[in-house]
Design a protein around this ligand. Structure first.
Ligand code: GLN
Length: 571
């Protein structure tokens, strides 16, 4: 029978609960246990697919096409496994199920209530996943902060689970222990209050993970232990780290995984963390660096491009380099011009996006990269703008566009496909999830992947318009990836360019520390090459000597590893 670890968060949001859950997953897996991770989100949206990245950060897409919470990305990256739609449960889904049952008359005249109907449905989803995935341990992360109205049914459900399964359920609570400069000391009161709040609803945490700017001395840990009714060794300090990938190692040193296996009565060997530690040291000591511009629309929202940032960390480590990201707001690029906004970058990446704002800036970025021979990597919308740019400036169709942005464009080089016409609803109309893609032998894509066929994840409505394929091809655009079984172009590239590739899918979702994405790895290699050519190897060597222990490509905001965007709405 599976055992459960429930991860809750207190005091404030943005404490990195997802990273904590993913880190525990990694540690238990490294002990030889089968682990599954699930995120319970208390908001009423059925999924985050219709939520703005400004509010919710990136929408992470799974192989089976779920539009899910970005924490699932951390789960995949830390445990090197793929999750599915059942790994993200929202209150919206739970109520959707219950209301459909009620309309069908399944409740046979009974009053439908939060307890037991909502809580039963939550428990059903938790235990179902644990059983079907044959997990030894299921880690359940509850979104939001203890004390929120919305999360109460979820907390009540896991309280009941503990009552039913007793020692097979363990509670880990992530809290904040703030350092007050004026007092010159850390304060334990917020942690005490948040644990009290948990206990009021019947949950006594077993382990506390205390986020803090400084490390906690034994006196502080003893005090927290006493007031929160846990043993001192179960108060684990979690001081800020420069890279989220250091967190599992820190928790292991703090004793987290041994406490969990002891608490659950599991018998395992100590974890082997050598490969992970090696990856972390490559992230910390990169040796050389390059700078890549990400030209997007949500560039000031730290979490909106989470998987891209992480893919750069992985690809950087694979190249023994640090990738610095220059965040370029596409609208600013329209004002200042590509030459200024993209001055001295070693590569340009245009990520996915929706809506017209900034679109001309992105097209300009693709043009600049193409004309100046700067490595260019287009993801999803990044393929669409590269195609529009090529049609306008190489073929000469000045009014070429995507029908998403101009329904009356003279050449709709990006368009809805015939079977999609007439779609008006926004939810659930996209090409989502994994599709097979055949690669053109000898192409840049085939060389970078080192394979002839791949599977990649999609999340978009519009497609390359095959009507114009022959004309674009005759001017030099190469179609190096095609969807298997459907007449869709998935990858375009330019052979007369150092590195110019754009893909209709989202490779960033599949990049992992142990398995960096080959296209990101090759793109970063090309960017490093350009930097070497531009600065000369002397400059690069000097840089190599001086680059020290820089963190990865995390954008420089906030001290909290794995924290969410400050403007992410609390749930
Ligand atoms: N807006 C474009 C589409 O729907 C691109 C989407 C994306 O980049 N994810 O096709």
């Amino acid at each position: 029978m599976p055992k459960y670890v429930v991860v809750t968060g207190g005091v404030v949001s943005s404490l990195g609960k997802g990273i904590a859950a993913a880190s525990l997953g990694l540690l238990l897996k490294a002990r030889g246990l089968r682990v599954t991770l699930q995120k319970l989100d208390p908001y009423l949206n059925v999924d985050p697919g219709t939520m703005s990245p400004f509010q919710h950060g990136e929408v992470f897409v799974t192989d089976d096409g779920a539009e899910s919470d970005l924490d699932l990305g951390h789960y995949e990256r830390f445990t090197n496994t793929s999750v599915t739609r059942s790994h993200n449960v929202t209150a919206g889904q739970v109520y959707d199920t219950i209301l459909s049952k009620e309309r069908r008359g399944d409740y046979l005249g009974r009053t439908v209530q939060v307890i037991p109907h909502v809580t039963d449905e939550i428990k059903r989803r938790i235990t179902n996943l644990a059983l079907t995935s044959q997990a030894d341990v299921a880690i359940i992360e509850i979104g939001g902060t203890v004390g929120d109205i919305e999360s109460l049914p979820f907390l009540e459900a896991v309280r009941q689970l503990r009552l039913e399964l007793r020692r097979d359920v363990l509670f880990v609570h992530v809290t904040l222990v703030p350092y007050l400069k004026v007092a010159g000391e850390v304060k334990t009161k917020p942690t005490q209050h948040s644990v009290r709040e948990l206990r009021e609803i019947g949950i006594q945490p077993d382990i506390l993970l205390c986020r803090s700017e400084v490390s906690l001395d034994s006196e502080v840990r003893e005090k927290i232990a006493l007031f929160c009714n846990v043993p001192t060794e179960a108060v684990i300090g979690a001081a800020d780290r420069s890279s989220i990938y250091e967190v599992p190692l820190m928790f292991h040193e703090g004793g987290l995984d041994s406490l969990v296996v002891q608490g659950l009565g599991l018998d395992t060997d100590a974890p082997d963390l050598r490969v992970w530690a090696d990856f972390v040291s490559r992230v910390r000591e990169p040796g050389k660096e390059c700078e890549i511009a990400v030209v997007g629309k949500y560039t000031h929202v730290r979490d909106a491009y989470k998987s891209i940032v992480e893919a750069f960390v992985h690809a950087g480590a694979a190249n023994r380099a640090r990738v610095r990201v220059r965040w370029v707001e596409a609208g600013d690029l329209e004002t200042h011009g590509a030459a200024e906004s993209l001055a001295e970058v070693d590569g340009v990446l245009v990520p996915g996006g929706f809506g017209e704002r900034g679109i001309e800036g992105k097209i300009e970025a693709a043009r600049h990269a193409r004309e100046r021979g700067i490595p260019y990597f287009g993801l999803c919308l990044g393929l669409q703008v590269a195609t529009i740019e090529f049609a306008r400036h190489v073929v000469g169709w000045q009014e070429a566009h995507s029908s998403e942005f101009d329904a009356h464009a003279a050449q709709k080089v990006i368009d809805l496909m015939a079977d999609q016409e007439g779609i008006s609803e926004k939810g659930g109309t996209m090409r989502l999830g994994s599709y097979r893609c055949a690669l053109k032998p000898g192409s840049l894509a085939a060389r970078a992947y080192g394979r002839s066929e791949v599977e990649e994840r999609h999340r978009h409505r519009y497609e390359f318009n095959n009507k114009y394929a022959a004309q674009l091809q005759s001017r030099g655009l190469v179609f190096s990836g095609r969807c298997v079984g459907r007449d869709l172009i998935e990858i375009v590239e330019l052979p007369d360019h150092p590195w110019f590739m754009a893909v209709q899918f989202h490779p960033e979702f599949k990049s992992r520390p142990h398995d960096p994405h080959p296209l990101f790895v090759d793109f970063v290699r090309a960017a490093l090459e350009r930097r070497r050519a531009r600065l000369g190897s002397d400059a690069l060597t000097r840089e190599e000597a001086g680059s020290g222990t820089q963190p990865g490509a995390e954008p420089p905001t906030g001290p909290v590893a794995g924290a969410r965007a400050p403007n992410r709405r609390d749930v």
